[in-house]
Design a protein around this ligand. Sequence first.
Ligand SMILES: CC(C)(COP(=O)(O)OP(=O)(O)OC[C@H]1O[C@@H](n2cnc3c(N)ncnc32)[C@H](O)[C@@H]1OP(=O)(O)O)[C@@H](O)C(=O)NCCC(=O)NCCS
Length: 190
Amino acid sequence: MSEFRAIVTERLILRPVAAQDRARLVALANNWRVAKNLSTMPFPYTEAAADDWITKQPSLWAGGKTVTLAVTLDGLLIGGIGIGARDSAEWELGYWLGEPYWNRGYASEAAIAVRDYAFGVLQLDRIVAGHYADNHASGRILAKLGLRYTSEVQRFSMARGAKVRCLEMAMTREWWLESTQNQARTVAVA
Ligand SMILES: CC(C)(COP(=O)(O)OP(=O)(O)OC[C@H]1O[C@@H](n2cnc3c(N)ncnc32)[C@H](O)[C@@H]1OP(=O)(O)O)[C@@H](O)C(=O)NCCC(=O)NCCS
């Protein structure tokens, strides 16, 4: 992972988060409609929260168990996406975009690329993700990616300050190979 620079998709570049992202991160993440759908994003989202999050990324990357990326469009951060080890057997996918960028297919494009990176480059056997039951857009993205519903849990949302009904989904490497066998699944890693 040390040579990793970026994942390049049709319209986006997914690259490690940098100090230069701080202002856009705060501007886009400090939004209730974003934070309420995530389990670990605080609300309000302060400059201190952004600094803390950006600063800890290199050590998380160095541990080899987390890949966190800024989703960028024309060189500017528009959101974040990551996949990290939940335990030895499975890694969890998560993502968010700033509200001005919703409903243009960007999250699907980024998530498909990270799914293919996870199975094709990291050689993972299983990825999981969960969306709050009222977050239908994320459920749609995960279903399009090929994840299937597995269970229902109550997951804490830091922004809501409460446990929220969460629908968990998973995808195995086998399903990925089957579902993408007639499609290009090469991930462009710059
Ligand atoms: C969820 C989120 C990432 C979606 O980003 P996006 O770029 O708008 O997503 P996309 O455009 O790639 O795809 C959204 C899909 O959901 C669908 N959708 C949008 N709103 C919907 C709704 N209320 N009900 C059902 N489907 C919906 C869209 O039609 C699209 O499906 P399609 O491609 O079949 O048309 C974005 O809204 C966000 O960041 N939300 C806050 C954080 C979050 O929810 N993160 C995920 C946590 S699990």
